[in-house]
Design a protein around this ligand. Structure first.
Ligand SMILES: [Zn+2]
Ligand SMILES: [Zn+2]
Length: 170
């Protein structure tokens, strides 16, 4: 989906890449957040000295998560700045390192999708809260305490605090 034509880039010096990638390409089985829409990718590729390629821009999408406290669905916009340097492997004898990625020298097309997926997996938040003061679920009856006022007795820990308070008041 996200391929950079290196021959064209060498001719023009700069190339724009725009794509709406299917959410399924970024959802890692069982890990990381679900997405409620495609991932918009806007990148500028620049041809650098010694066959290196600089890719900069941003990716954005909407995360579809549930609040970690009350389990209500939360849709959250998410955007990430992107900066990669791709280096031909005959110029660089190290492993991929952070923003630096190697590719086989004399390659015709560079696949940007893999590095983008990695960036997304590292940066996307694992947890979300629907609001800073979410009151969560009642541990006794499971009601959403943001919307329901239940009559459950307070948990045991409160009773212990009461005894402690009684002792210290003497
Ligand atoms: Zn919540
Ligand atoms: Zn309750």
């Amino acid at each position: 989906m996200l391929h950079l034509n290196l021959n064209a880039l060498e001719r023009t010096g700069t190339l724009q890449l725009r794509a709406a990638c299917p959410a399924a390409d970024f959802v890692l089985a069982g890990r990381g957040p679900e997405l409620s829409g495609p991932v918009s990718v806007t990148l500028t590729a620049r041809s650098m000295a010694a066959g290196q390629v600089m890719v900069q821009g941003r990716m954005s999408t909407t995360l579809a998560q549930v609040c970690r406290r009350c389990l209500e669905p939360v849709a959250q916009p998410f955007a990430l700045p992107i900066r990669f340097v791709f280096v031909p492997d005959d110029e660089w004898d190290c492993q991929d390192d952070g923003e630096v990625h190697t590719f086989p020298a004399h390659l015709a097309e560079l696949d940007i999708a893999g590095p983008l997926r990695e960036e997304f997996a590292l940066a996307a938040p694992m947890y979300v809260e629907c609001r800073p003061d979410c009151r969560g679920l009642c541990p006794a009856c499971g009601s959403n305490r943001n919307t329901v006022r239940c009559d459950c007795s307070p948990p045991d820990v409160d009773a212990r605090w009461e005894k402690l308070r009684a002792l210290t008041n003497h």
